[in-house]
Design a protein around this ligand. Sequence first.
Ligand code: B12
Length: 85
Amino acid sequence: METAKNENIKIIALSGVLTLALDSIKNTVEAFKAVGMRDDVKIIVGGNPVSEDACKAIGADEWAYSPQKTVKVCTEWAKELGQAQ
Ligand code: B12
């Protein structure tokens, strides 16, 4: 969060391989809320245990399984946010 703030990072991508990681990913999203930064960043999640339902439960903005979708979503966000691709 400190790095995101200091370096003006707008897209956060969180990866989890184990089902256990879903809790940590959710805690990270909650931590952005707690410091009032949730609306400043877009959060995309992915990894083996991540699904549409998990994405909703986590409170992320998007999820992806394929690299192609990940790039598509982040490219759209970058345009929306007025950042270089
Ligand atoms: C290789 C592997 C390991 C290696 C990891 C080596 C390394 N340095 O990374 C080793 C041998 C260390 C390992 C250990 C363990 N593993 Co393991 N492992 C795997 C395996 C075979 C492949 C994972 C992988 O790298 N896939 C290749 C990547 C490219 O694919 P991917 O992760 O699915 O990612 C794709 C998408 O999900 C997406 N994506 C991924 N991340 C992100 C992030 C974002 C933001 C986005 C948008 C998209 C995205 O894009 C990728 C490309 O398409 C999987 C089985 C499997 N087929 O998934 C089990 C698996 C993940 N392991 C498993 C387990 C249980 C373990 C251990 C707990 C075993 C143990 N008892 O010690 C440990 C845990 C280690 C740890 N601390 O995390 C389970 C997890 C079960 C669960 N649901 O929790 C799996 C699913 C196997 C199984 N079916 O039981 N493992």
